[in-house]
Design a protein around this ligand. Structure first.
Ligand code: GDP
Ligand code: IMO
Ligand code: MG
Length: 457
C-alpha cells in the first residue's frame, strides 16, 4: 500500500490543509514531516473552521493516527494549546503521537528569531517569529533539546546548563534583552513533558509498521517548495526542507517507500514575508484577489502578497519533488476577473529565461513574460465536474496542466471538504526518464519538466 507525499508547490498556503483533509478519508495515518508552528493549515468542515499548526490535518477523522515526525520542530506550548482546542471541539486526540527525536523550540529560540530579524532592519526575511531558524540551527550544531529530553529532569538541566549561558550572552550583550532563568525554563519544560508524555513515541517505527501492515500513509508537508532551505530563493526561505525529499528524512521513510507525490498549488500565487516575487500584483486586481481569497496569514495575520500564477517555478517544483499529480486549489477566487495572466518565462538582463534561477539576485531582476487568458464571470463553487466549468476556466486549467507536465487530478472550488472536483485518473510513481503509455494523460504527451527546464536560459 502506498505512502503519498503532499507537498506545496509555491510559497506555502496553497491549501495543503484542505488537500490533506480531503485525501485523508481513505488512509490510516497522516504524518507531518517538517516545519513547526510557522505553518497554519486550514480545514473547513461544514460551518466549522479548524486552523492547525502542528497536528496533521487528518486529525478530524476518528480513524486516523496523526504523527508529528522527527523532522518537525515543536513548540510544546503551541502543541498543548492545539490538543486542548481540538478536545474542546470534540475531536479525539488520543491517537496523536510526537516523535521523541523532534527538536523543541525553546523560549530563547523565539527571542533570538525576533531579535535577529530586528537587527536585519530593511533586509528582514520576514519570519513568522516562532523560533524556527534558531531551533533548526541548534539541531545542526548538535546543541538542540529534543522532545525526549522533556521527560528527564536531570538530563535536561545538564544540557540546559551547557547551552543557556551562550544564549543569554547573545541576548543580553548583543540585543540588550533580558536573560532566561535556567530553573524557570526547567520547570516549564518538565510541565510540558508531563502533559505530552502519553503522546511521545518513536514515530519512525509507527510509520514503518503501518506500511508493513499495508496501511496507506499520507505525509503532509508544511510551507512550500519555493521556501525550501535548499531550493527556494535563499535567504528568503524557511529553515527546513518542505520538498518531497524532506518527507523521507523528517517522516522516517526511505525514498523507495514513496509511491505518489501530490503537489498542491492554487490558481494564483501568494507569498508572506520578504523576497523576490516577479509576478506580484500591487494594483486593484491584486487587492481584489487578496480580498476574495482572504489572503491573510493564518499564524501572524499579516496580509499575504498576491500575484499571478508563475509557471517558471512550477516546472522546477514538479521536477525537484518528482510530482506525480496535482491538486489545484482556489480556482473559484478567479471568477469575475476580465483577463487572467500566467507567467511562462522571465526576461532577465535582456534574455529570455525559462528555468527557475536559484539566485535571489537574478530573480529580483526577472520581468515576467505573460500568456493572457479571457476570464469568466460565473461563481463556480457548486460545480463538481470539470466539464461543467466555464470554457475559459477549463482553458486556464489545461494551460496550467501543460506547464506542469503532470495531470491535475483534483480541482478545488471552495474551502469546504465537499467543494472539490475529482478526476478519475490518478497516476503513481511518475518517472521523468520514462515515457508514459500513449494516451495516459498530459504526463505522457506534454513536454516533461526536465525538457522544459533544459530549454532554459
Ligand atoms: P496551507 O497552509 O497550504 O494549508 O493553506 P492555508 O490554510 O494557510 O490557506 C489556504 C486558505 O484557502 C484557507 O483559508 C482555506 O480554507 C482556503 N481554501 C482552500 N482551498 C480553497 C478553495 O478552493 N477555494 C477557496 N475559496 N478557499 C480555499
Ligand atoms: P504553511 O505551512 C507561508 C515564510 C515566512 C517567511 C519565511 C521564513 O501554512 O504554508 P520562518 O518563520 O519559517 O523562519 O519564516 O517563511 N513562511 C510561510 N509562508 N506559509 C507558511 O506555512 C509559512 N511558514 C513560513 O513568512 O517569509
Ligand atoms: Mg498556511
Amino acid at each position: 500500500m502506498p505512502a503519498t507525499v503532499i507537498v506545496g508547490l509555491q510559497w506555502g498556503d496553497e491549501g495543503k490543509g484542505k488537500t490533506t483533509d480531503f485525501l485523508a478519508e481513505q488512509v490510516a495515518m497522516v504524518v507531518r514531516y517538517q516545519g513547526g508552528d510557522n505553518a497554519g493549515h486550514t480545514v473547513v468542515l461544514g460551518d466549522e473552521v479548524f486552523k492547525l499548526r502542528l497536528v496533521p490535518s487528518g486529525v478530524l477523522y476518528p480513524h486516523i493516527t496523526s504523527l508529528i515526525g522527527n523532522g518537525v520542530v515543536v513548540n510544546p506550548a503551541t502543541l498543548i494549546g492545539e490538543l486542548d482546542m481540538l478536545a474542546e471541539r470534540g475531536i479525539d486526540t488520543a491517537r496523536v503521537r510526537v516523535s521523541r527525536s523532534a527538536h523543541v523550540i525553546m523560549p530563547y529560540h523565539i527571542a533570538l528569531d525576533r531579535a535577529m530579524e530586528n537587527r536585519l532592519a530593511g533586509e528582514k526575511v520576514g519570519t513568522t517569529g516562532r523560533g524556527i531558524g534558531p531551533t533548526y540551527a541548534d539541531r545542526a550544531l548538535r546543541i538542540g533539546l529534543r522532545m525526549e529530553d522533556l521527560l528527564d529532569a536531570d538530563g535536561f538541566r545538564h544540557k540546559l546548563e551547557r547551552i543557556l549561558p551562550d544564549k543569554n550572552d547573545i541576548l543580553v550583550r548583543r540585543h540588550g534583552l533580558e536573560p532566561f532563568d535556567a530553573e524557570r525554563l526547567l520547570d516549564e519544560a518538565m510541565a510540558w513533558g508531563e502533559r505530552l508524555r502519553p503522546h511521545l513515541a518513536d514515530t519512525t517505527w509507527l510509520v514503518q509498521d503501518a506500511l508493513r501492515r499495508g496501511d496507506h500513509v499520507l505525509l503532509e508537508g508544511a510551507q512550500g517548495t519555493l521556501l525550501d532551505l535548499d531550493h527556494g530563493s535563499y535567504p528568503f526561505v524557511t529553515s527546513s526542507n518542505p520538498i518531497a525529499g524532506g518527507a523521507c528524512t523528517g517522516g522516517g521513510i526511505g525514498p523507495l517507500q514513496v509511491d505518489e507525490v501530490i503537489g498542491v498549488m492554487k490558481a494564483y500565487s501568494t507569498r508572506v514575508g520578504s523576497g523576490p516575487y516577479p509576478t506580484e500584483l500591487t494594483d486593484e486586481v491584486g487587492r481584489g484577489i487578496a480580498e476574495r481569497g482572504r489572503e491573510y496569514g493564518t499564524v501572524t495575520g499579516r496580509p499575504r502578497r498576491v500575484g499571478w500564477f508563475d509557471a517558471v517555478p512550477l516546472r522546477y517544483a514538479v521536477a525537484v519533488n518528482s510530482v506525480s499529480s496535482i491538486m489545484l486549489n482556489k480556482l473559484d477566487i478567479l471568477s469575475g476577473i476580465d483577463e487572467i495572466r500566467l507567467c511562462v518565462a522571465y526576461e532577465i538582463d535582456g534574455r529570455r529565461v525559462e528555468a527557475w534561477p536559484s539566485s535571489a539576485d537574478l530573480l529580483a531582476r526577472a520581468v515576467p513574460i505573460y500568456e493572457r487568458f479571457p476570464g469568466w464571470r460565473e461563481e463556480i463553487h457548486g460545480i463538481r465536474s470539470i466539464g461543467d466549468l466555464p470554457e475559459q476556466a477549463r482553458r486556464y486549467v489545461a494551460a496550467l496542466e501543460e506547464h506542469a507536465g503532470v495531470p491535475i487530478i483534483l480541482v478545488s472550488v471552495g474551502p469546504e471538504r465537499t467543494q472539490t472536483i475529482e478526476r478519475a485518473f490518478r497516476p503513481m510513481r511518475w518517472r521523468p526518464a520514462l515515457a508514459g503509455p500513449p494516451g495516459a494523460g498530459p504526463a505522457a504527451s506534454a513536454a516533461g519538466p526536465a525538457e522544459a527546464g533544459a530549454a532554459g536560459e
